[in-house]
Design a protein around this ligand. Structure first.
Ligand SMILES: *Cc1c(COP(=O)(O)O)cnc(C)c1O
Length: 495
């Protein structure tokens, strides 16, 4: 299996090389040069547990790793989950099935990939016989940062620096990050929003002077953002799992289609669903749900991606994003792997803040995707109504997806079963959930959590309770311009 950059596809890399690099020197993202077809294995996969399934699906892309190693990785990565299925699927009314991806250590779906990525990365270093240390740089809208910190905490030969928008994450998210344990971790707020953090980190990756200083200190840079192939790959697995759960519960007949709806920010999670479909999983429509930062909704409707627009801070902060990085991969596939075209579109985005795709690409987008968005009040209303009517509690991001599935059903009349990616525990966004349930919001994260538990009977997750007695270790905030210096100083003092 070969991997190529979306912006310059004449050189091919092995998976281990693509995972170590994270992002290509030309700014492009690595994509597999073909999709393995697993259609005929579905019947056999029905008998596997989550960890075994993960080894099979990932193995189809990672021919340098043997199956036993991958199974070992999966057992380790998903050992900290609070339920034995790893990913439970809950059936609601109207053929809606909630794929609960947040039973891991940080209570958001990003653990699915970030508990696995460090294992894939250290395995890749061994395969490539590299003895350099790896420095992971992360820009986070809240959930990636904590999940990456947990994944890389005290992993040998790695260090991790996380930047978050200091005014743009929930209280629980911030508390999780600034109290992080480990001797190889650094966390800092930045003045600005998530796009500023992400642009800052991308700049560092492209900055040759910075890279050579890092190398002199014995490290090379890598990424844990969803642009890394090692992060995307573990996310493909759970769409297979979700489908097989629907088959096992009799909600869908083997071979019949399910739709998939994903609350979307950087387009990683929904891209993984698209990849699962390319691998022969019976998926019908891919439903892309956004909050009022609806740049993707407009893009899929018009063919013009326009990032020059107001940025809103919402109650689903992990989706407050205007530059959706993984979209580049989808466009690459839709363009017939035309690297020149992608390079041009991304240059337009950088220079003008917008680009327009060809009619050809637009046709493919129309065929595969349905898009919609949900405002903040409607998000709270969904949480309230679904709890009231079905006794099912969801977080704000998941509520956005639920609302858009309802829009899809109303507009199309399609009543095929739909798998909804439930991306965070309701306790991770407890202030909004308390608000949605019509109780007064407290300043204190734990008081809000206790209120939710009292009213709904849903137990407070252990990782949240554990934060109660922890000390703040990182209270710095910096400007975008200072990021390079902060990272270099940190390596000098801690590396
Ligand atoms: C990261 C995140 C999303 C968005 O996922 P993408 O892969 O970036 O599209 C949605 N919900 C939650 C809770 C998240 O943490």
């Amino acid at each position: 299996m070969e991997y190529r950059s979306t912006r310059e596809n004449d050189t091919a890399l092995f998976a281990s090389q693509a995972i170590i690099k994270g992002i290509s020197k030309d700014g492009g993202l690595f994509v597999p040069s073909r999709f393995p077809d697993l259609r005929d294995s579905l019947e056999k996969f029905k008998e596997l547990d989550y960890k075994q399934l993960a080894a099979e699906v990932m193995g189809a892309y990672l021919d340098e790793f043997d199956k036993d190693t991958l199974l070992e990785y999966a057992e380790k990565a998903y050992s900290r989950y609070d339920c034995k299925e790893v990913v439970p699927v809950k059936k609601l009314g109207g053929g809606i099935h909630m794929l609960e991806l947040w039973h891991g250590p940080t209570m958001a779906f990003k653990d699915m990939a970030l508990q696995m990525l460090p294992l894939l990365l250290t395995g890749s270093l061994k395969i490539q016989k590299q003895d350099k240390n790896i420095l992971i740089l992360v820009a986070t809208s809240g959930d990636t940062g904590k999940a990456a910190l947990e994944g890389f905490c005290d992993v040998e030969h790695t260090g991790i620096c996380v930047f978050y928008p200091h005014d743009g994450v929930s209280k629980a998210q911030k508390l999780q990050m600034v109290t992080q344990d480990g001797n190889n971790v650094m966390v800092s707020g930045i003045y600005g929003n998530f796009d500023d953090a992400q642009t800052g980190v991308k700049k560092l990756f492209a900055d040759e002077e910075f890279n050579s200083k890092v190398e002199e200190l014995g490290y090379s840079l890598s990424s844990a953002n969803s642009i890394n192939w090692g992060r995307l790959l573990p996310q493909i697995v759970y769409y297979f799992w979700g489908y097989l759960e629907l088959v096992r519960s009799g909600s869908v007949k083997m071979g019949d289609k399910m739709n998939v709806c994903v609350p979307t920010g950087n387009f990683g999670n929904i891209l993984a669903a698209y990849y699962a479909k390319q691998m022969g999983l019976p998926v019908g429509t891919l439903i892309c749900a956004s909050n009022v930062n609806n740049v993707l909704t407009d893009f899929f409707k018009t063919g013009t991606y326009c990032a020059n627009r107001e940025f809103y801070k919402t109650n689903s902060p992990s989706m407050d994003i205007l530059i959706s990085s993984n979209l580049e991969r989808l466009l690459y596939h839709f363009s017939g792997e035309n690297d020149k075209e992608i390079k041009r579109l991304m240059a337009d985005l950088k220079e003008k803040g917008e680009y327009t795709v060809s009619g050809d690409i637009k046709d493919k987008m129309d065929k595969e995707f349905f898009v919609g968005y949900c405002n903040e009040q409607a998000t709270l209303d969904v949480i309230n109504t679904v709890f009231d009517e079905q006794k099912y509690l969801m977080d704000t991001h998941t509520a956005v997806a639920y609302d858009v599935v309802c829009q899809y059903k109303r507009e199309t009349g399609d009543d095929a079963p739909c798998l909804v990616a439930s991306t965070a525990s309701p306790y991770k966004f407890s202030a909004s959930v308390v608000d949605a349930l019509d109780y007064p919001v407290e300043d204190d994260v734990f008081k809000n959590a206790e209120k939710i538990e009292e009213v709904t009977g849903v137990k407070i997750p252990k990782p949240l309770l554990a934060l109660k007695n922890k000390d703040v270790r990182f209270n710095g905030i910096c400007s975008k311009e200072d990021m390079a210096k902060i990272v270099l100083d940190w390596i000098k003092n801690n590396g």
